[in-house]
Design a protein around this ligand. Structure first.
Ligand code: HEM
Length: 572
């Protein structure tokens, strides 16, 4: 027993010495960096903290405020989405370091610095923690780096081509028509908790693939993993067969296009080294990456936009007017037959016209306020010089975890013009008008920012005001920017067209049925509406970053779909 105690004591002492040394080194490099810094006991990047932090936080939160006030926020996941600019203001800088025995973390919402970080992909690389989590079905575009990433991107690029937009539009219209039918039959999306496969996958990782664990959730997670693996393999095999038949006709869906692109490179192996071709496992990994990168992000953006429109009926009206004005004149009756909505809407709208008008501006404003990807993680291997917007040049130490806080960058008062000069809270408000070049009613003062176009490609297809480069990046920036952004925008426009051309989305009040709502006096109705609106806004504001959702159940805003003109709350 004494020997065991001694061994444990020696081991713990060695670990403590190691941590102390590493802390000293991290502190010294933070001091030399020229950046403000704060000392914290742990970083969110420690995998064991990601999964157990909530337990320890219960204890840490009981510490006297004088001990913990300076650092407690930084050990909580998603602090930047909740507190936004608060700590940046405290440090008087749009970038600062947290220093711990494990690593230094750079938190940054400075547009000039962000642009350098996202463009210097070798200096600021993707961290390996993502790799451990997202490689479970095979290496893929999300987790690879350097030449390997180039290989994945090259094989995948044909599936993001403009010509596939039509498939996306049509399929989205089709799916949205089902959603519309569902909403009309069940009356509302009930407020409640979200659960999905991502939760199961998260549990799987947390359970360290424990197939024989006594925990029900671990076993459920393993089952989800096994079923999903088998689903992806089956679908990939069947698509491989389909590709052979469809290769000439050019009528391939996205997965078929991916497989075909890989085969084309394989056929061309005499000109291209064969290592540019993806293995079967990598194809499976990339199929999974599309689901991870494309599904949750777009679903989240769509949900938030619908909730915001239910909270802002007058903006919803503007969108409906825009849908009306962009509706092509049909030779047949303009009234919509519910059974064939997909065909009518498919023919009626031009997605680009919608993107260029209020619906597109509302989407941008939604992505500004609630970017589905809240943080972009990067990492330095060597010390890196970085220029900040205030003119200073600092040195980010080697082995620093870099965290671009997108949500904070999107509401950074130093980089964003105010739309409404009289409203101090303007940047926290949903105001699609701020994007419209034609809306010159309230011209804006910019503190240190300029209106310059972020991407030539996006400039081409929109008449929007563009914020300073690095200040708006819901789809990332630089070489690793989201290749699916056009898809996402098309999908979301299709959903708006199907749901809002003949109907309105309204906040639901689960505690009152239709009869109860009808019986209310105007004054009571207004009170109920204001309460529902404040509750809904609080729910949206409490939404944390997407990555966090992998392990958490979140409240959603309850909404319902009603015929246009028969809304309960439309006149407030
Ligand atoms: C509103 C919806 C979406 C948002 C907000 C979004 C956001 C992002 C962001 C921020 C990144 C960059 C990550 C980084 O730099 O670390 C990214 C990358 C990526 N996205 Fe999206 N995305 C969306 C939809 C989609 C869709 C629909 C697809 C596919 C169909 C997709 C596929 C990808 C892929 C493959 C990457 C990795 C690119 C690379 O590393 O080269 N995304 N996305």
């Amino acid at each position: 027993m004494a020997a065991l105690t001694l061994t444990v004591f020696v081991c713990l002492s060695l670990v403590a010495i190691r941590w102390y040394r590493s802390f000293r080194a991290n502190l010294a490099s933070a001091k030399a960096s020229g950046l403000p810094y704060v000392i914290v006991p742990i970083t969110n990047y420690q995998i064991f903290w990601v999964f157990t932090g909530r337990l320890f936080l219960v204890i840490l939160c009981k510490l006297p405020e004088s001990w913990a006030a300076s650092w407690i926020d930084f050990v909580k996941l998603g602090w930047s989405s909740r507190l936004l600019h608060q700590h940046f203001t405290r440090f008087g800088c749009n970038a600062f370091l947290t220093v711990s025995p494990f690593s230094n973390v750079l938190w940054v919402c400075d547009a000039i610095a962000i642009t350098q970080i996202t463009s210097r992909t070798e200096d600021f690389e993707k961290p390996t923690i993502m790799k451990k989590i997202l490689d479970i079905f095979g290496e893929n575009i999300l987790t690879s780096g350097g030449d390997d990433w180039g290989r994945h991107r090259k094989v995948m690029s044909p599936i993001f081509a403009e010509k596939h937009n039509q498939i996306i539009w049509e399929e989205s219209i089709h799916q949205a028509s089902h959603l519309r039918k569902y909403l009309l039959s069940t009356h509302m999306i009930k407020g409640g908790k979200i659960d999905d496969i991502a939760v199961s996958l998260h549990r799987l990782i947390r359970g360290f693939l424990v197939t024989i664990s006594p925990s029900k959730s671990h076993r459920f997670a393993y089952q989800a993993y096994a079923e999903f693996s088998s689903y992806i393999s089956t679908i990939t095999r069947s698509k491989s067969v389909a590709v052979v038949a469809k290769r000439k006709s050019g009528e391939m869906d996205l997965l078929e296009a991916l497989i075909s692109s890989n085969r084309n490179l394989a056929d061309d192996a005499s000109h291209v080294p064969s290592r540019s071709v993806l293995s079967d496992t990598e194809i499976t990994g990339n199929t999974f990456s599309l689901i991870v990168a494309g599904h949750k992000t777009t679903a989240q953006a769509m949900y938030q936009l619908l909730a915001l429109l239910a909270i802002h009926p007058s903006i919803q009206k503007d969108i409906q007017r825009s849908l009306d004005s962009h509706r092509r004149i049909e030779p047949a009756s303009p009234s919509v037959d519910t059974s064939c909505i997909s065909n009518t809407v498919k023919r009626r709208y031009n997605v680009q016209a919608l993107l260029n008008d209020i619906p597109g501006a509302a989407l941008l404003e939604n992505l500004r306020l609630f970017p589905p990807v809240a943080n972009l993680p990067r990492r330095t291997v060597r010390p890196q010089r970085l220029q900040l917007g205030d003119g200073r040049t600092v040195t980010v130490p080697a082995d620093t975890e870099v965290n671009i806080t997108i949500g904070t960058a999107h509401r950074n008062p130093n980089q964003w013009p105010r739309y409404d000069l009289e409203d101090a809270d303007d940047l926290h408000k949903f105001n699609p008008g701020r994007w419209m070049r034609s809306d010159r009613t309230k011209e804006i003062g910019v503190d240190g920012g300029h209106h310059i176009d972020a991407r030539a490609e996006e400039r081409k297809d929109s008449g929007y005001r563009r914020p300073q480069k690095g200040a708006f990046l819901p789809f990332g920036e630089g070489m690793r920017a989201c290749p699916g952004r056009r898809f996402a925008r098309t999908e979301i426009m299709a959903v708006l067209a199907v749901l809002l051309s003949e109907h309105s989305i309204e906040l639901a009040v689960p505690e009152l049925d239709e009869a109860g709502l009808k019986a209310l006096s105007d004054e009571e109705r207004k009170r109920v509406w204001l309460q529902a609106r404040d509750r809904a806004m609080a729910t949206l504001n409490a939404t944390k970053g997407l990555a966090l959702k992998l392990g958490m159940k979140e409240e959603v805003v309850p909404v319902k779909l009603v015929e246009r003109g028969k809304e309960t709350f439309y006149d407030f």
